[in-house]
Design a protein around this ligand. Structure first.
Ligand code: ZN
Length: 198
């Protein structure tokens, strides 16, 4: 006889496919969900389905949004001539939390990694180059300081240089191999203010 009922087993199994959720956490979550009021479980499930169904890439910056264009790209209060390039929406959120960056973003959804077989065509670089045909004064490359992040920064700067647009790289101070999302706001701001031209 199975220890778990089939449906609990399925729930545990599905939850454990999520990042950072091992089988123990999955079991804990499964029991928690089963003990939640029905309407809360319905709302949780619905928010997952709705988000998956309605959220897509912003036509401009490629971040995740439920509109055609994200609120930052749509804002007249942002400086659309300065574009900060980040690896993912979490890094964008980290910079946005500082409240000090007034430009717009471009989200690559990854970084170039020859080791993992991720090339320039596998991230949203083509979309960035298309945007640069418009009126852009500066591109700030804020990819992580990992090997992949540095490789990507180098590649992008080489690509942009011939256009004559100013390309800068956020200062180190962001620890090597550090993910932007785990770094405090002061360090992020210092990295932004201390950016150097490539
Ligand atoms: Zn956008």
């Amino acid at each position: 006889m199975e220890y778990f009922s089939n449906q609990i087993g399925t729930l545990v199994e599905r939850l454990s496919t999520l990042p950072g959720i091992g089988s123990k956490s999955a079991q804990r979550l499964a029991y928690h969900i089963i003990n939640m009021p029905q309407e809360q479980v319905d709302a949780l499930a619905k928010s997952m389905v709705d988000a998956k169904r309605n959220i897509h890439y912003c036509k401009e910056c490629q971040t995740l949004t439920d509109g055609e264009i994200c609120p930052i790209c749509a804002s007249p209060n942002r400086d659309h001539h300065v574009i900060m390039v980040v690896e993912n929406p979490r890094d964008q959120a980290a910079y946005e939390k500082t409240g000090k960056f007034t430009g717009v973003y471009h989200v690559l959804h990854g970084a170039i990694s020859p080791m993992l077989g991720i090339g320039p065509a596998d991230i949203r670089l083509k979309e960035l180059m298309t945007r640069l045909a418009g009126d852009v004064d500066e591109v700030i490359i804020a990819t992580n300081s990992s090997l992949e992040g540095e490789t990507t920064a180098m590649y992008i700067s080489k690509l942009i240089k011939p256009t004559g647009i100013k390309v800068t790289r956020i200062a180190s101070g962001v620890p090597v191999g550090g993910d932007l999302e785990n770094i405090d706001e002061v360090t992020l701001l210092r990295a932004l203010e201390g950016r150097t031209e490539l």
